[in-house]
Design a protein around this ligand. Structure first.
Ligand SMILES: [Zn+2]
Length: 259
């Protein structure tokens, strides 16, 4: 049976959904990913991980349903690279609120944003509350669980914890999912190593964050080291991601704010 909600006729869709249903909205991005990965990288990953994880969760008894992905989102950090199709924060904000309003009109009470692009994370945390307050849905947002900092520990090159864009993990993922779209002969390393020396300032998990656009780190559009990427490592990340998202959907289905 299909888990893609929009494959159903509207009356069947309403019958299929209940208070227990978990509706998953993948969010992609269409943005430059260096000279070696397709612009659709951040769309391919959440679409693939989402489809597999929803199947897995449904097989274990979670009434999980998938919406087609939103292809483009808040990729303004890649504005300097034509070919990036990016939305203003207000555009994606309004789009997600509209999805929330629409899902709230069905019997489903739970909406999950499965985010394929880090640039949306802060906005998603805010939109979770907006949709909760305005439409009463239980709202959640998460990544695909596939991003790891490259390092000797996982057989990759050292990215100093900064393999955030088109680097080791993302390139390996694409070698696993869509090798036909990857051109390793054009992969280049670009790691802003000097930033690793700051103790309080960094990309993720640091107490001080900073504004940036991807051209701040050089012309290649890469932040990380894709040169040692392998399909085998990508398969590991895919398995981890599917496992993580399926497990999270199980917890989300059981989650209630009050005991
Ligand atoms: Zn990406």
């Amino acid at each position: 049976m299909t888990r893609l909600l929009t494959d159903l006729p509207q009356p069947r869709l309403l019958e299929a959904l209940s208070e227990a249903s978990v509706v998953v909205q993948p969010i992609g991005a269409l943005e430059q990913h260096g000279p070696h990965l397709p612009v659709s990288t951040d769309l391919v990953i959440p679409e693939e991980i989402g489809a597999r994880a929803v199947e897995r969760a449904a097989a274990s008894g979670v009434d999980a349903w998938l919406l087609p992905p939103i292809a483009a989102s808040k990729s303004d950090e890649h504005h300097a690279y034509p070919g990036t199709i990016w939305m203003e924060a207000s555009t994606i904000w309004n789009t997600l609120v509209d999805v929330g309003r629409s899902v709230a009109a069905t019997p489903a009470r739970t909406l999950v944003f499965l985010n394929g692009h880090g640039g949306n994370s802060a906005l998603l945390q805010v939109v979770n509350r907006e949709i909760r307050r305005r439409f009463g849905l239980r709202t959640f947002s998460m990544g695909t669980g596939t991003q790891r900092a490259g390092g000797a520990a996982n057989g990759g090159p050292d990215e100093f914890g900064m393999g955030i864009h088109a680097g080791h993990s993302e390139t390996s993922l694409m070698l696993a999912l869509r090798p036909d779209l990857v051109d390793m002969s054009r992969a280049v390393r670009n790691v802003p190593e000097h930033i690793a020396a700051f103790e309080t300032i960094g990309f993720n998990g640091y107490p001080v964050s900073f504004g940036w656009t991807s051209d701040d780190f050089g012309a290649s559009g890469v932040v990380g080291d894709p040169t040692g990427a392998t399909a085998a490592y990508g398969e590991e990340l895919v398995a981890e991601g599917v496992d993580f998202v399926a497990r999270a959907l199980g917890e989300i289905a059981a989650f209630r704010h009050a005991a």
